[in-house]
Design a binder for this molecule. Structure first.
Ligand code: CA
Length: 745
């Protein structure tokens, strides 16, 4: 094979290379690479041999020309793997890099790919194309790095595949830190960017252009025909923080958050498609600042609200500081179609500080249709600075705007492009020729566009008999999604069971007892998720030491995980103090903790501990926690402790539901410092419904930022003072919806 390649190179040199005095260097180790790249000339090509290049910090520099660029390539696209502590820096002019895969490692610096060598040596007129970065994450998810950082001018980043960013930091960022990187005219196009898991903190943006500091500079970057697939990191999928950018023809599939025009003026948002599939917090476009144009965009099935709605026009701060909210002025919002989306918020965020209402703006020719006959428009302040005309809406109930909306009984249909139109309506809403960018026209053809695999019960059922190490051995030989079916009997587990894939452990007959002899029964690792169904778990044979738990996470876990518990019975977690059910490590993050139809009794610690992020950075440990139809008796610790401190507003959770459950004698252990049966601090959505609480410490709810939605209805409690709701950031009365609760005393 090598022979052939050398022959090929020789042949190319004879035919083209020598004639143009350009060289092709085929390299198969790092030393060779560093040697040949010391002095590259215009027209030279460096080819990396197929295989794995571990711990490879690639500096690629040189001065090419438009006609004779300098290229770095894979021998075969998709067969060159850059692993370990590796990165790529390019500096100079007319450089092209293609065909590499970064995986199974992480960058030792601030970026995986950086368009500069250092502060002073940038890349211009250069291109990164057909490069893959897949799950290339620092194992410590709190460590901040960017995957791609673009500096310089006239650079292109196209047809790349960026999937599975999990640690803190922006996936793709354009920096404007010096004059040499401003008015840059970069082109970011046809990239496939996917699977950004929920970060549970600010710093999970998928694309950011600029920073507030340089936001009054123009970037003039074009973001065209990119495919954003399940980019859920935080409130901002895209954080635009500079001027004169263009977002055209991008497709946002099932992504939580919005394209946010956070800072900077004069940006065009045109021909973009947002499909939410009715997933929580899927959003569209958020408008702030001057001279923004939002036209011919399509939003469908978006559930987001407040700053995450389908279309949000914000209030500003009078004489705003550079990093706060500038007033909306001269916004043009026209010919957008907003279909089956729940929230369009105008003058959003109006409060004492954000009092500057939108001015000199227009809202014309937009089509708003909702199949459930909802009027999605909500107004939070004076919108007389927006002129409304020629819009069509399917329901105008409660609409305070008198003119500019025609109420029509719309008959809608999906056209050839899978987009919804209204029969008989032309020139209002999106044009007929708007189409979604096809997935296979983005990214690379030679690397699969993965589906997420973190799902239960998709594998095969494996029968287990109650023998020594039977569960341990079965877990070690299982495949993702497998179901371990435990035959009736008593299982004694002598090792911590490490869960590193989605696994279900269930009983065939509801007659399975598990005792465990280590400080924890299950430990969730990367890629792990656990479902328990119909199992009895006892802590009476666990070590006689404090702080045991049934489920914990490994100390450093990067992947979000899920725990589902159904029809199970957990008892005698009382061999020593502070014995808990779920006790994850700091900086771990659960997408879901769900307990259904289960019973918990005689426990010295807590059921769910999600309070590890005590620094008040707006960070938290679980997105959705739900408890349904379950019973808790004699729990000494706080039953549930959820803590999200600070005033940051870039995240959606945590969410908490408890319903249909009975709680008796909860929280009276002397080690329960909160003196509460439950603490919900900074939880954004709370629904406590139809529960019975007998002899418990109080429920303590602390509202922080972000207009939390709290509903406490139809519960039975000992007395009124068992329900304590405190507003930490507002002098107003608390905003919780408390109704139909019965107090026994
Ligand atoms: Ca952010």
């Amino acid at each position: 094979m090598h022979h052939n390649i050398h022959q090929f190179i020789l042949l190319s040199s004879i035919l083209f290379g020598n004639f143009l005095s350009s060289e092709t260097y085929f390299v198969n180790n790092k030393a060779q690479y560093y040697q040949v790249t010391k002095n590259l000339n215009a027209g030279d090509t460096v080819v990396l041999e197929d295989g794995v290049w571990n711990d490879f910090e690639i500096l690629f520099e040189g001065e090419g020309t438009e006609k004779k660029p300098i290229q770095l390539k894979a021998q075969t696209n998709g067969k060159v793997f850059i692993t370990g502590k590796s990165n790529l820096k390019i500096a100079g002019s007319y450089l092209i890099v293609s065909g590499l895969i970064f995986t199974d490692g992480y960058t030792p610096t601030n970026s995986v790919i950086e368009f500069r060598k250092n502060r002073y040596e940038l890349a211009n007129n250069s291109r990164i194309t057909e490069v893959v970065i897949d799950n290339f994450n620092n194992p410590d998810r709190t460590q901040n790095d960017n995957w791609v950082t673009i500096y310089g001018k006239n650079n292109r980043f196209d047809h790349n595949h960026l999937s599975g960013k999990k640690n803190k930091g922006v996936t793709l960022v354009v920096k404007l830190n010096s004059v040499e990187s401003q008015n840059n005219k970069h082109l970011i196009d046809h990239n496939y960017i996917s699977n950004r898991q929920i970060l549970g903190s600010n710093g999970g943006e998928t694309l950011r252009i600029g920073t507030s500091h340089y936001s009054l500079q123009n970037s003039d970057t074009s973001v065209i025909n990119n495919y954003f697939d399940k980019c859920d990191g935080e409130l901002e999928i895209i954080s635009n923080k500079s001027g004169n950018n263009k977002f055209i023809g991008n497709f946002f599939n099932e992504s939580r958050g919005t394209l946010t025009l956070r800072h900077g003026n004069g940006t065009l948002v045109k021909d973009n498609i947002f499909i939410g599939s009715n997933i929580d917090h899927t959003g569209g476009i958020r408008v702030i600042n001057k001279n923004q144009t939002i036209t011919n965009n399509y939003m469908e099935g978006l559930k987001g609200y407040r700053f995450g709605g389908a279309l949000v026009v914000m209030n500003g701060v009078p004489n705003s500081k550079i990093n706060r909210y500038h007033q909306v002025e001269n916004a043009v919002i026209s010919n957008n179609s907003i279909i089956n989306s729940d929230h369009i918020h105008l003058a959003a965020g109006s409060d004492q500080e954000r009092s500057a209402v939108p001015i000199e703006s227009s809202f014309n020719n937009n089509l708003i249709f909702h199949k459930d006959n909802i009027n999605p428009i909500k107004i939070f302040d004076d919108v007389s600075g927006i002129s409304f005309s020629n819009n069509i809406i399917s329901n105008s109930d409660y609409l305070e705007i008198k003119n500019g909306f025609n109420l029509k009984n719309l008959e809608v249909y999906k056209d050839y492009n899978d987009l919804t139109y209204a029969k008989g309506i032309t020139s209002i809403g999106i044009s007929k020729n708007l189409t979604k960018i096809a997935k296979d026209k983005t990214g690379v053809s030679w690397y699969p566009k993965h589906k997420q695999t973190n799902t239960f019960d998709t594998g095969s059922a494996i029968k287990i008999e109650p023998k020594d190490d039977a569960i341990f051995n079965a877990i070690n030989s299982a495949s993702p999604g497998d179901i371990l079916m435990l035959a009736a009997g008593t299982y004694r587990v002598q090792r911590i069971l490490e869960i590193n894939q989605p696994i279900t452990i269930m009983s065939e007959s509801n007659d399975v007892e598990i005792f465990f002899e280590r400080s924890s029964l299950f430990e969730i690792h990367n890629k792990g998720s656990l479902k328990i169904k119909g199992i009895k778990i006892y802590g009476s044979e666990s070590p006689d030491s404090s702080g045991n738990s049934v489920i914990r996470t490994s100390k450093s876990i990067l992947d979000n995980y899920k725990i589902v518990v159904e029809d199970s019975f957990i008892s005698k977690l009382d061999v020593n103090h502070s014995f808990s059910f779920i006790n994850p490590s700091k900086s771990s993050f659960a997408d879901l903790i769900s307990i259904k139809n289960s019973s918990f009794s005689n426990i010295t610690g807590s059921i769910i501990i999600m309070n590890k992020e005590f620094e008040d950075y707006g960070v938290y440990n679980a997105e959705y926690i739900s408890i349904e139809d379950s019973k808790f008796t004699n729990i000494e610790g706080i039953l549930i402790d959820i803590y999200r401190g600070g005033t940051d507003e870039s995240t959606f959770g945590p969410h908490f539901i408890m319903k249909g459950s009975k709680l008796v004698n909860i929280g009276f252990g002397s080690r329960n410092k909160q003196k509460a049966m439950m603490r919900l601090h900074g939880v954004q959505v709370t629904d406590i419904n139809n529960n019975e609480l007998i002899n418990t410490q109080p429920i303590k709810i602390f509202h922080t930022v972000g207009e939390p939605i709290t509903s406490i209805t139809s519960n039975i409690l000992d007395s009124k003072n068992k329900l304590q709701i405190v507003e930490l950031n507002s002098a107003e009365e608390n905003t919780a919806y408390v109704k139909n609760n019965r107090f026994v005393n």
